[in-house]
Ligand binder design. Structure first.
Ligand SMILES: Cc1ncc(COP(=O)(O)O)c(C=O)c1O
Length: 412
């Protein structure tokens, strides 16, 4: 099997490093790609479950743009809806009717939603959720889960990160994932002071295992929040529409007050949404919150088309089934080489680790060997499976994985 080289990617990155801080910043930075020399840095085009880098190498993509791609890149129905809206207008002095249509669709689709508010990024709506909880309760404190990711606003970053000051986080309290008693202790220690509890539907931190909710965890949290007037906020930015079209809270059997969406909501067009219950609508309306591009009509048209298509084909069930097939095969192939592949999280968004080497060198090397043979895997972040990944793609991925295991076996 031919292995890829990345001459043009490296040359472009060198140019970028001169004019862009970090060259490529944030989650797409090459820093966590180990070894970075085995990964492409720039994509030239994408279609379905694949992308091609600037050197012409083809990848079956298991990162899906870190989540926004859900139906396949350049999906014809989504792109047609976006193009149609573009011809009428995108960013105009008044919002377009599609905004109302999309809000009505989300209210109909998502179990807890009585209203919907639109922005661009996941972090826009996690911040808005916190402001709404504070406006509704008149309280300051917010409880978060250790290691949970909610965006890059100063409140959402880890303490001590450059540019973040203690005051940004002075109203935050943190609890371990799945620790109901810990949350209860915090609530009792801060009576009448906690505005909201925000968590992802299950714990999917970067650089470590994903952990599902313990039995009864969410129903106990829901009851505790209700009893103490705390707004329960679900950050469904990453899982949203990958577990259940009605919201991931429905998948785990509980009812939050607010839910944040982004990633899969428009198959790659820039859009996020906060939805909430009737009881919080007035508080949400009182918070001043807006942005230059938040009323753009094209992403809203794309979103409506993407959600309708996901609902039509039961996208979450399809992704779960395809993910399960991929992972069962990979686990068997690992075993045939004498390795253990541990899979956490859910099949549509799996967190995958080879457990035979605690240093993670083996795991990183295997992911890199797969990537430079055409199956794009990262070693530090959960993967994503889309509805566009076919059985043929999965078979090809198994062949790549098999050869990559043979290569790493010689080293480890
Ligand atoms: C669970 C979760 N919340 C919030 C965010 C922030 O979203 P964005 O990067 O679009 O601001 C992310 C992004 O990865 C996320 O996974």
């Amino acid at each position: 099997m031919k292995t890829y080289t990345y001459k043009k990617s490296v040359a472009l990155f060198k140019r970028a490093a001169k004019v862009i801080p970090c060259g490529i910043y944030g989650h797409m930075s090459p820093a966590p790609l180990v070894p970075a020399s085995d990964y492409p840095f720039y994509a030239s085009r994408a279609k379905g479950p694949r992308f091609w880098d600037v050197d012409g190498n083809e990848f079956i993509d298991y990162m899906c743009a870190y989540g926004p791609m859900v139906l396949g890149y350049n999906h014809p129905k989504v792109d047609a809806a976006a193009q149609k809206q573009l011809k009428s207008g995108n960013c105009i002095t008044s919002p377009a009717p599609i905004m109302v249509e999309l809000a009505e669709y989300l209210v109909d689709l998502i179990s807890i939603a009585d209203w919907a508010f639109f922005a661009k990024n996941g972090g826009d709506v996690t911040s808005y959720a916190i402001m709404t909880a504070r406006a509704a309760t008149g309280r300051k404190k917010i409880v978060l889960v250790h290691g949970g990711y909610h965006g890059v606003a100063p409140w959402a970053q880890a303490t001590g990160h450059p540019g973040v000051i203690d005051e940004d986080q002075s109203t935050l309290l943190r609890v371990e994932w799945n620790d109901f008693e810990g949350l209860e202790r915090l609530v009792n220690a801060h009576p009448g002071q906690i505005a909201g509890f925000m968590a992802t539907p299950y714990h999917h931190p970067t650089f470590s295992d994903s952990v599902l909710p313990a039995p009864g965890y969410w129903s106990r949290v829901e009851a505790l929040c209700k009893k103490n007037g705390i707004v329960l906020i679900i950050d469904d930015v990453r899982c949203g529409f990958r577990l259940d079209m009605r919201g991931s809270a429905e998948y785990f059997g509980f009812k939050p007050d607010l839910a944040c969406y982004c990633k899969a909501i428009a198959n790659g067009y820039p859009l996020s949404a906060l939805v909430g219950t009737e009881a919080l609508k007035t508080a949400a309306a009182r918070v001043f919150y807006t942005g230059s591009y938040w009323f753009s009509a094209v992403p809203m048209a794309a979103s409506l088309a993407a959600l309708k298509e996901l609902r039509r084909i039961d996208g979450p069930a399809l992704m779960q089934a395809r993910g399960k097939k991929l992972l069962d095969g990979l686990t068997d192939i690992a075993r045939s080489h004498g390795y253990t592949l541990r899979v956490d999280g859910v099949p549509s968004m799996p967190s995958v680790y080879i457990t035979d080497d605690e240093s993670l060198m083996l795991h990183q090397d295997w992911c890199a060997e797969c990537t430079k043979r055409g199956a794009y895997f990262t070693s530090h972040h959960n993967w994503f499976v889309s509805t566009a990944h076919t059985d043929a793609d999965i078979k090809k991925t198994w062949n790549v994985a098999d050869e990559a295991f043979r290569v790493v076996k010689k080293k480890y």
